[in-house]
Design a protein around this ligand. Sequence first.
Ligand SMILES: [Zn+2]
Length: 288
Amino acid sequence: MPTVEYRNSYTVKFILIGVCLAVIAVLAVMLARLPAKEPEGSGTVAPGITTDLPSTAEPVTTPAETTADPSESTAPETEPARQYEYVTDVSEYLEYIDTKDDAYLVLANRQHPLGENYYPKGLTVMSEYGNVTLCYTAAKAFEAMHREMEALGMADVIVASSFRDYDYQYKLYNKYVKEELALHPGYTREQAEAIVDTYSARPGTSDHQTGLTVDFFPVTRKFEQTKTFRFMMENGYKFGFILRFPEGKTDITGYMYESWHWRFVGREAATEMFERGITLEEYLGVTD
Ligand SMILES: [Zn+2]
């Protein structure tokens, strides 16, 4: 009998220790989840908002709400929740802004031409914003962004150029070459083309042929003095848009800095490019 009691008391101790561990685990999960409550409509991406952002965005360091498993909630590799703040309600646009379709990462540059026959699907004309012709998803993301700018009191946001097909780019490029030849009478066509290549795409290599690009008005460096530019630099990525040809990246993109030229890639990719300060070429690992 004493042996049995001895065994029983051991069993009771084991059960007690087990219960204590379970209670500790449950408390740990509850504590980890408490601060992770998010307002509706927020997304989850990476942290580390850069310092030039408005101070309204607080860095979020708690694990995402979905990590209910205690073994996961303590794992350091878990992506912290990322909040996107909007003035307007973008919930009906989120499926477009935050598209997961890689098609919107299509690359068009000198080394990777789209070719004569590339024609984007689902082109949508939205003339109320100027000359806006974009793929449907990019058009909806642009619409959401335009609503946001209007809500912030920006009345004169005009798009000067968006989708341009191969033929249009062919004519545009050749018009520029003629202008350079007129400006520099002794130049050969190759010399004139070399100049034009620094500011205009050859047909088939234009980012505008993707149907995912807008040029804001004015299409000059004066655009940098506009509210639209400041808004885009701080918020464009929230709507999936990136500055396609940033300053100091000409050796990678092949084009000089164009503050007015913005390209839709989807929010997740745009956020990463924005935060890391990288171009589409660098994001895709195609810098040859
Ligand atoms: Zn452009």
